[in-house]
Design a protein around this ligand. Structure first.
Ligand code: URA
Length: 256
């Protein structure tokens, strides 16, 4: 009799666990579509974000002021390769080179313009007011910030948050391209005009670029308004949400 009670209890626990997994899948939290499978030989270890700038680095990787290809084969190693970059004038005033962060296996990448004061101080992208709004957008999509990858076109803060200059974009663009080539996301969201123009090669404004079916090296490229623009004009929230619905559809349709 005691044995039968135990069997029933085990069956109930199993049913609960199955239901929980199914609910997580419905909520989009299951790994089945959010993350690519791990390469063979790697267990289910937690994903590692890009190392923070204060990490002490091996002696042989002395900072390189003008990093050149061949580029390192992983995001972590690539960060080490470029962290001492002084290719343009922004390096002299920066507190941190803001490389980017997130899941190196993420299927969704957000690309912003350039770090602001908060990002420069912390060495992390999108941690100020615009970042808080981006976090809300990500949560609204049923995702967590740790499940996506976030970076910028320009890795160092332009003074007084001015627009990036052509020479700064030219110096930094190869870093973004290599970052995305290593990440191989299914969908790239370009936040604002500068990221959208850099990734499309177009000179059009963001209002013209958004809503088009664009590609970047096999990934769906979705230009949308920058979160800072949404902070200034609430009416832009609706079109951004329409764009995020397209992003979710594309992620759902893509194979893991
Ligand atoms: N704006 C950006 O484009 N990037 C950041 O990291 C923060 C604000």
């Amino acid at each position: 009799m005691e044995r039968e009670a135990l069997r029933q209890e085990l069956a109930a626990i199993t049913a609960d666990a199955t239901k929980w997994v199914q609910q997580r899948r419905v909520l989009g939290e299951a790994k089945v579509w959010l993350e690519r499978p791990l390469p063979p030989g790697r267990g289910e270890e937690p994903s590692t974000a890009t190392p923070p700038p204060e990490l002490s680095l091996p002696a042989e990787s002395a900072p390189n002021a003008n990093p050149q290809p061949p580029w390192a084969p992983s995001l972590e190693a690539f960060y080490v390769q470029v962290r001492g970059c002084r290719r343009c004038g922004l390096a002299a005033k920066r507190q941190h080179l803001v490389f980017g962060e997130g899941d190196p296996r993420a299927r969704l990448a957000f690309v912003g313009e350039a770090p602001g004061a908060d990002e420069d101080a912390q060495g992390r992208p999108f941690v100020g007011a615009a970042g808080q709004l981006l976090d809300k957008i990500i949560i609204g999509m049923g995702l967590r910030r740790s499940q996506v990858y976030i970076c910028n076109l320009i890795k160092c803060r332009p003074p007084f948050n001015r627009d990036p200059e052509e020479a700064e974009v030219a110096a930094c663009r190869p870093y973004l391209e290599q970052q995305l080539a290593l990440l191989k996301p299914r969908v790239i969201v370009a936040l604002g005009r500068h990221a959208a123009q850099a990734l499309t090669g177009s000179g059009e404004g963001i209002g013209k670029l958004r809503g088009q079916d664009l590609q970047w090296q096999g990934a769906l490229l979705v230009p949308t308004y920058h979160p800072s623009a949404l902070l200034r004009d609430e009416r832009l929230k609706r079109p951004v949400w329409e764009d995020m619905k397209r992003v979710l559809k594309a992620l759902e349709a893509a194979q893991p």
